[in-house]
Design a protein around this ligand. Sequence first.
Ligand code: UD1
Length: 341
Amino acid sequence: MQTIIVTGGAGYIGSHTIIELLTNTAFNVVSIDNFSNSTTAAYDRIKKITNKNFETLNFDLCNEAELNKQLSGIKSIAGIIHFAAYKSVPESMNDPLAYYHNNLTSLNNLLKFALKNNITNFIFSSSCSVYGNADKLPVTEQTELKKAESPYGHTKQMGEDIIRFVCKAEPSFNVVLLRYFNPVGAHISGQIGEFPLNRPNNLVPIITQTAVGKNSLTVFGNKFDTRDGSCIRDYIHVSDIADAHVKALYYLIDKKNKSNVPVFNLGTGNGVSVLEAIHSFEKVSGKKLDYTIGPPREGDVIAVYADNTLARTELNWQPKYGLDDMMASAWKWQQTLEAGN
Ligand code: UD1
């Protein structure tokens, strides 16, 4: 049986993607995670939901010798899906070097391992933050990349550049760059979802925690040049993102790619303001949220949403979930956590 290596498999998008791989493919999965922002509970939840087993490895991808040692015994690797990275815009503003070190060293080490072992299929977690404050919305994959607004976004721009040069030097090496917009929500079962170890920085976990009295919500700015003054994002259900990874993997395995470094936007195509997101949550949960308006957050892009035509046509991918589904599933997951399940 062929194996797919998933890095960051105990994390938010990684765990949902392993569920898709175990449910909808015949691949063996080996997950690598050092639990810097996750716990082994995610693995237990995946196993319970899928009723399937998979191998797990605990080490830091920045340690090249360890990486080579741990992965040397794995036979027949059909592809690598690389999620493992730090992902907080505000945290990256406070500690840029941690972001450059972690996100780029791990990528370098993994690319070296792939090339050395003739693993030709690789999927990279990129982000819409690579667009910066774009001149024109929605952004297509051809939209010029502006200066990154945060070190987080910059590591994704640099990661894409590194990969492009590697693919130029090694024409048989194929990498799909997936630019996620704002992944939110939780698995439809409500048994797994986003589980940040520390106080979350992302909007939706803060919303659901506020609804149960465990956090407080501040809207970062309401004077932007947008329809209600708050920032605009393209929220996309995490299971739709997970599904896109399986499609991207087969796209490479079936050799459907037209270049060896194709790039796809993964968003719904709908721009949603922070206030609209809050109202959607209030509607589906029946809970009124107490929030305050605060100053803009450093490093934030004002507005971005996707033109997703390319992913729809090339990957045959279609987002299944709307904003209310995203909020309802995130709420269901928060209730699972509250119930101690
Ligand atoms: C960024 C990336 C996204 C990536 C994510 C990973 C951009 C445009 N997007 O998301 O691709 O997947 O990092 O973490 O760079 N907000 C509040 N109050 C809060 C928290 C957030 O108003 O307490 C607002 C933010 O200002 C922003 C929106 O909610 O407008 C979403 O913020 P967040 O969930 O943190 O994600 P991004 O930083 O947009």
